[in-house]
Design a protein around this ligand. Sequence first.
Ligand SMILES: *Cc1c(COP(=O)(O)O)cnc(C)c1O
Length: 469
Amino acid sequence: MEKILRKIPPIHELQKNEVFQELMNDNGIELEQMTEMMKKIIEQIRESIHNRHWNGPMPGTGEFNEYIYNQLEDSIKKKFSFTLKRVINATGTILHTNFGRARLSEKAIEHVIEVAKNYSNLEYELEKGERGSRHSHVESLIKHMTGAEAAMVVNNNAAAVYLVLRALAKNREVLVSRGQLVEIGGSFRISSIMEESGAQLIEVGTTNKTHLHDYVEKISEETAMLLKVHTSNFKVIGFTKQVSTRELAELANKHQHIIFYEDLGSGVIYDFQRLGIGEEPVVSDVLKMGVDIVSFSGDKLLGGPQAGIIAGKKALIDQLKKHQLARVVRVDKMTLAALEGTLIDYLKGEEGRKNIPIIRDILITKEELKTRAEAFTAKLQSLNNLFITNLADGTSQVGGGTMPDVAIPSTIISLNHKRYSAEELARKLRQESHPSIIVRVQKESVYLDLRTVTEEDEEFILSALVHMV
Ligand SMILES: *Cc1c(COP(=O)(O)O)cnc(C)c1O
């Protein structure tokens, strides 16, 4: 055994090899790190030999050296690869929270890169040559598109809700219908965020029915705000009633000291409802009904970056901007760039909106998907005979906790492998393909919904299936 161990080349010799040098230079890694990785690999081999577990090539042979450098290459890949990486979402769920919600438009992406690479006028007024405000950049766009007097952007909509409650209702009472005390995602509850903010929650009405007089009865000197929460991620059906935005606005208007705030959740600028998709209120319509302030997410149905947008009365927004917490929840320049890029796409109307991936994805018709699915399966069958494919009518979800009751008609490819079960096939696509491909498994088949797959991704999925071992 000693004899075998002695045949392992010393590190300084292994370093001289051109493969080592190439790996180091191509990957741009410093010598010290390379040496550490090399040492670890040799150490493990020594231990294996010592414990008589070694079944690799014998030291001293050409195969042994090849083995070591392959190991080194693997170590480099492991150590320096990202853990946050792209995946291909073939589930058809457009705003999948687990997969990063909205994909950004090209314009948004370009703008992020430019602002990330260079200095910018983030907080600088070029006209006057003096300090400016980061709020200024997207404010006019939001005002223009929502009709609001003023607007600001914070880290996400959860932060927006917190800031609004803390800055405008701390130590005072906030009236919320019991039917709107929602939980969103894993950890965001209106009741808990309210408690954190120091505002006192006054529950109004019952879980299924709340009337205007329920609010009226609870209004007192201590009331700072009426809060309406858009129940984005669930639907109460049957014997139900909620008070309309218009009625609540009228009620708040009768009391000088009461602010009416609506947390819209998704907040759409593009009217999906007009196309018969969902019932999301358009932000400008809500403000027209007399709401004092609204807030909504940047990365739900707006299709931009993670952000919370607050829009409404200037006096209130000014108060929010000045609050200490505004600094705590302020957005990064890259978020602002992405949001500005997205909003400019909206500003251009029909043509620009087509560039926003989530809008495009929602609007793709079942027929378009059928054409793509037919071409996809024909190609797959011509390249490989291990798959059984079928097309079926199915539905895609909007996701991200929005439009829970909306099922968008879609064409689904159902896929079976002659050797692997649907579960195995799904696992292989997830684990062995890079980037990972995420699919649905239903009725013992893998379901591919091309709605959330770009044409470039389609080629990739084909290749992953064809080369599957
Ligand atoms: C999603 C949502 C939030 C939280 O928004 P994020 O942008 O995810 O922080 C708050 N309120 C409602 C009603 C929502 O739907």
